[in-house]
Structure formats: structure tokens, C-alpha cells
Ligand binder design. Structure first.
Ligand code: ZN
Length: 236
């Protein structure tokens, strides 16, 4: 198989809490770290506008991270939003569907994101791809499951004749533990940066709370608020 670089990584970086924690995780481990974001017509496209500020804040926090942080890629995948009838991409209310999945589920989203990420990684000679998917306290999305990611790693390796490693540092930890990991990686300062500058809310709201910004009631806000308060409780 053609050589790809062991020292560099590509992080799927949406501007949300999880992918921000993953970016910090990668910056600690790899000598060169590039980021990729996707515009798929999400209602909370505001998350994309926060990415540059987060990258700048990370660089300011640690000189080593500034040295390691490389290029940012932003891909237009609006076709995905156009073919998806979900409350994440159209203005309909959040609800559970008959199949037991929330209607925020965008079919194929992570498969498509990781495939495009691998295509960029291929071009850039990058072996390691990092994503913030998690099946601990998640929304039940089947493409966040460990088995899905492992299967995709095999498929991408075969389909591109290139060895990719898909890293999922958050797979087996919950949202409270993600905050603990954040503090471990960059101290209270990194917690503040991610709390204040990352975005999780499905509605794109930026109301101020002690756990960050959001509407406070959508499923993403509920998960984020609960994780933050559980983590803060373990601190006392
Ligand atoms: Zn919200």
C-alpha cells in the first residue's frame, strides 16, 4: 500500500463541543493536524462560523498546538441536506420517529463525512482521521456506533487502497467525561474556550447558560447541559 504519514491527522471539526475536544486530543498526539468541516445545509450552520475562532483560541492556548495546527478544509455538501427530510436540515419540530430514532437523524451523514474526509486525507498523505462520534450518551444514531466506524475503516482502506485509521476518542465516554478529558488536555482555560465558543444547539440559538450557548431545550442542549452539570458536581 502507498505510504501515508503516521505523524499527521485530519480532524472532523464541526465547531461543536465533541469535535473541539477531539481537536485538542489530536493536537496533543500528532505533529501535524488539519481540520475539515462540512456545510450540509444544517439549521445550525452558525457552528461553522465559530470554527476559525476556536482554531485561533487553541493556537493561542499552547505554542505547541499553534505549531501543529495546519490547514482547514470546508466542504460544501448541501446535496446531503437537500435529500434529507430531517429536523436538522428543515424547519420541522424535533420528535421521535416510529423506528425509534429522533428525526434529527440525517441518514448516511457520518458515512459521507468520513468518506470525504478520507478522500482529502488521501490527497494530503494523511493516515489518521479523528471523529467525535460516541455511543455512550448519544442520540441513538446508528452511524455513531463503534461497529459502523470499524466497518467503514475497513471499507475505506480497501476502496482507496490506503491504510486509514479512524480514531474515536469519545466513543466510550459520556458528556461529563468529555469535559474531564477537555480539562486534562488544556486545563480550565480550554474548558472555557470550548464552553464559550463551541456550538451544539440544533436550533442555532446562542442564549447564554453556564454550560455554554444554546436554546436550552433541544436534544443537543439537553445532553450538553446535563453533561456539564454532572462534570461540575464531580469537581466539588
Ligand atoms: Zn438547543
Amino acid at each position: 500500500m502507498p505510504h501515508s504519514d503516521h505523524q499527521s491527522a485530519l480532524v472532523l471539526f464541526s465547531g461543536g463541543q465533541d469535535s473541539s475536544a477531539c481537536l485538542a486530543w489530536a493536537l496533543e498526539r500528532f505533529e501535524r493536524v488539519e481540520t475539515i468541516g462540512f456545510d450540509y445545509g444544517q439549521r445550525h450552520a452558525i457552528e461553522l462560523t465559530l470554527r476559525a475562532g476556536l482554531r485561533a483560541a487553541f493556537s493561542e492556548l499552547k505554542p505547541l498546538w499553534a505549531k501543529r495546527l495546519g490547514e482547514d478544509h470546508c466542504l460544501d455538501l448541501k446535496a446531503l441536506g437537500a435529500i434529507s427530510q430531517t429536523s436538522l436540515t428543515t424547519d420541522i419540530a424535533f420528535k421521535m420517529q416510529e423506528d425509534g430514532l429522533p428525526n434529527t437523524f440525517v441518514p448516511g451523514r457520518n458515512l459521507i463525512f468520513l468518506t470525504f474526509a478520507a478522500a482529502i486525507a488521501y490527497r494530503r498523505g494523511i493516515r489518521h482521521i479523528v471523529t467525535g462520534v460516541c455511543e455512550t450518551d448519544y442520540s441513538g444514531y446508528p452511524d455513531c456506533r463503534d461497529d459502523t466506524i470499524k466497518a467503514l475503516q475497513v471499507a475505506l482502506g480497501l476502496g482507496m487502497e490506503r491504510r486509514f485509521v479512524l480514531h474515536t476518542p469519545l466513543m466510550w465516554i459520556d458528556k461529563a467525561q468529555t469535559w474531564a478529558l477537555t480539562q486534562e488536555l488544556g486545563g480550565e482555560k480550554l474548558v472555557e474556550i470550548i464552553r464559550d465558543q463551541s456550538h451544539s444547539c440544533y436550533l442555532g440559538a446562542r442564549d447564554v447558560h453556564d454550560w455554554g450557548h444554546g436554546c436550552g431545550t433541544c436534544p443537543a442542549c439537553a445532553l450538553r447541559a446535563d453533561g456539564f452539570s454532572r462534570w461540575r458536581t464531580t469537581q466539588k
